[in-house]
Design a protein around this ligand. Structure first.
Ligand code: SIN
Length: 358
């Protein structure tokens, strides 16, 4: 895990194209907020390949975030007077995300958000675990100012790199969020609520979706065209929730043809504290796996059902024996369960606020 922290600033020339003059320059940051802080964590957006044009066999997390910003040059669509700062918080492939880095990144975001002059924080991140990080930051900080994540599906040196446009769009949203608040994801011209977004494609540039919730807005030539408001969200759990050095053991198991409870038996022996079961259908679980999960629940292990795939939300019946994670992906449900175990009593009606259907 990289945890270096370097800072840099890039000069911002006047915008090359028209900006929406009706929205506030300071966005959610209140009167006088003039700085957007860009935190780099790696990902494909900072990736490079040994052979230029290789869109698969590249190495993520190589190019410093300052270089990505400098690469935008005069195209940065920020109003005169807006400062951009950058900080390299990590330089990883996000598949290798750690609990420690989640804590450090959330701390750095929080530290910048409290600065009165900061209008928004932008995070460059790999797409692979972005839905988990965005969900965690939303639940822990529930920020009033925008925290805008962006990423890319092609490395920085690709023949058709999507990172520069995504970064440019994310800067435009961070500078002028047009009333959108909280954790956002800007990718392929669309703006998603960070806690609703999930990666749905391994290769396509437009790789994210938000199931039934849909996109919040699109970014067109630096202007935001909004479809709906950001949803009501639970209050912030606060940074303290991440303070413990050792986080609870929470694992994901899957229900499928031929499933049984053996893996859960092994996890119980090794002291697992939380289990997310990635379910078939509308949150259904193979009877042989269910029997062991119910025993685990009786022994005090927290169990949460999430969907194995698809974009909907579990529709609960009257007599559910295992609680539902609503519309969260299994990976997001794992984050939710981690947070609940880190701070007992912190349950939101899991997934309800994300999808309006728990
Ligand atoms: C990563 O998640 O860091 C690599 C993949 C990507 O960013 O698309």
């Amino acid at each position: 895990m990289g945890n270096t922290s370097t800072t840099g600033e890039i000069p911002t020339d006047p915008p090359e194209f028209e900006l929406d003059e009706t929205s506030s320059v300071s966005g959610g940051g209140g009167h006088g907020a003039t700085t957007v802080v860009v935190l780099g964590t790696g990902g494909t957006i900072a990736g490079t390949s040994a052979q230029r044009g290789d869109n698969v066999g590249y190495t993520a997390g190589q190019t410093p975030v300052l270089a990505l910003l400098e690469g935008l040059g005069h195209r940065a669509p920020v109003p005169p007077g807006l400062r951009i700062e950058s900080e390299q918080v990590a330089q990883i492939d996000s598949k290798d995300m750690t609990h420690a880095l989640w804590r450090r990144l959330t701390e750095r975001i929080a530290a910048h958000l409290v600065r009165p002059e900061v209008a928004a924080v932008l995070v460059t991140h790999g797409t692979d675990t972005l839905e988990e990080t965005a969900y965690l930051v939303q639940r822990v900080l529930s920020p009033a100012k925008p925290v805008v994540f962006t990423a890319a599906m092609r490395p920085a040196d690709a023949l058709q790199a999507d990172g520069p446009q995504n970064l440019l769009d994310a800067l435009a949203v961070a500078a002028r969020p047009c009333g959108l608040r909280g954790v956002l994801l800007v990718l392929a011209g669309k703006v998603w609520a960070g806690a609703e977004a999930r990666k749905v494609h391994p290769y396509r540039l437009d790789a994210f979706d938000a199931g039934d919730a849909g996109a919040l807005a699109v970014v067109e030539e630096g202007r935001l065209r909004r479809f709906r408001d950001t949803a009501e969200v639970p209050v912030a759990l606060g940074l303290q929730v991440l303070a413990r050095d050792i986080w609870p053991e929470v694992q994901i198991v899957s229900s499928h043809g031929g499933a049984d409870g053996r893996i859960v038996e092994l996890l119980l022996e090794s002291g697992v504290q939380g289990l997310v079961v990635a379910c078939t259908g509308n949150g259904t679980v193979h009877q042989d796996l269910l029997a062991v999960l119910l025993r685990a629940q009786q022994q005090g292990v927290s169990v949460l059902r999430a969907l194995r795939g698809g974009g909907g939300s579990i529709v609960c019946g009257a007599a559910e024996v295992l609680p539902s994670a609503g519309g969260l992906t299994a990976a997001q449900a794992r984050v939710e369960l981690l947070l609940r175990l880190l701070r007992p009593g912190s349950n939101c009606c899991c997934g309800c606020w994300v999808t309006g259907n728990g």
